[in-house]
Design a binder for this molecule. Structure first.
Ligand SMILES: Nc1nc2c(ncn2[C@@H]2O[C@H](COP(=O)(O)OP(=O)(O)OP(=O)(O)O)[C@@H](O)[C@H]2O)c(=O)[nH]1
Ligand SMILES: [Mg+2]
Length: 318
């Protein structure tokens, strides 16, 4: 572990990749690693990027990264469950298809395939971002396909949430229905080269104007086109304006504090859960008890209560 941390802190990217795998796969060294890296965290600006499949999230991240590299900012990218491979483009190029491949000294990218196990994975995303933060990436992009509650939860980790919409088939309406509008800080209307971009712009603006009258931040909308990077400067401007707003309003501190609180609470919940399950397995044969529920000898609520009361007397003195 010492060797790994020394290499990591020297900027060895293989050590970074290894550290991320330790967290991602819940390896036994995870706790010590995160404990020791904690004092190096807190400098990254986390930008969540969400939107329907194929909206152009990865393409926009690529365009923004290209821009950030030009001004010397190093970038970490974490793509959660991408439905299409991170592909194409001049700077990240085909090489980005290969996980963890060094793209340029200042860019690191990792995709996490999570299909079917979002709950378990969500738990580790914060840890993985902490690792990337400790390594020294000033900007971290977190990409998810915005469809369900898990993705919305993931986006709570971000400081600024960019929602990518397209002019295609009712994308904006879908976003409003899925509750994505509420979590957006900035909107990109991507694929502005396609018909209907202006219509989408007006539709979303109307909704925002109605909903954000009393709020101190009205999410800006920026039309983008990733083929020629149209709107990318403006989009970055909108994102950084939101960052300044977070800082000046004190909201950034609140977000950071809330995330730390969630981290501590989930660690506690995990420990209590394991403690209760261990205690239960000492006293009860779970399979046998479930057979009783199946046979309608007892209902799940009564059984859970009985088992809890049993185990609680064991847990209590600790
Ligand atoms: N016409 C047009 N196509 C675009 C634009 N930006 C991206 N695309 C295309 O849209 C497709 C999806 O782009 P991605 O960047 O992979 O989209 P994504 O949202 O990351 O997709 P998932 O991660 O699979 O959800 C690709 O074929 C891109 O070339 C754009 O501005 N205009
Ligand atoms: Mg993508």
């Amino acid at each position: 572990m010492n060797d790994l941390i020394v290499s990591f802190l020297k900027g060895d990217r293989r050590a970074l990749a290894k550290a991320i795998s330790i967290v991602e796969n819940d390896y036994p060294q995870k706790r010590e690693l995160l404990q020791r890296l904690h004092c190096h965290t807190g400098d990254s600006y986390i930008i969540g990027v969400t939107g329907s499949p194929g909206a152009g999230k990865s393409s926009l991240i690529r365009s923004l990264t290209k821009k950030l590299r030009k001004i010397g900012i190093n970038v970490g990218i974490l793509a959660v469950d991408p439905s299409s491979p991170f592909s194409g483009g001049a700077i990240l190029g085909d090489r980005i298809r290969i996980q963890d491949r060094i793209i340029d000294e200042g860019v690191f990218m990792r995709s996490l395939a999570s299909r079917g196990s979002m709950g378990g994975l969500t738990k580790n995303i914060g840890g993985i971002l902490n690792v990337m933060d400790a390594f020294g990436y000033k900007v971290l992009f977190l990409e998810t396909v915005g469809v369900g509650q898990s993705e919305i939860d993931i986006m709570n980790i971000a400081h600024t949430v960019l929602v990518v919409l397209t002019p295609a088939g009712g994308d904006s309406i879908q976003a409003m229905k899925a509750g994505i509008m509420e979590i957006a800080d900035v909107f990109a209307i991507n694929k502005a080269d396609m018909p209907g971009a202006d219509k989408t712009f007006i539709e979303v603006s109307t909704v925002l104007d109605a909903g954000y009258i009393s709020s101190s931040w009205r999410p800006p909308l920026v039309k983008t086109m990733t083929v020629n990077d149209m709107g990318v400067d403006e989009l970055w401007q909108a994102i950084t304006t939101h960052y300044s707003y977070l800082k000046s309003s004190g909201k950034l501190k609140l977000i950071v504090k809330e995330r730390l609180k969630q981290e501590v609470v989930s660690l506690l919940v995990e420990r209590v859960k394991n403690m209760v399950l261990d205690a239960l397995s000492e006293r009860h044969d779970m399979e046998k008890e479930i057979t009783r529920v199946l046979a309608k000898e007892v209902d799940p609520y009564t059984l859970a209560e009985q088992m809890f009361n049993d185990s609680f007397t064991i847990v209590k003195p600790v």
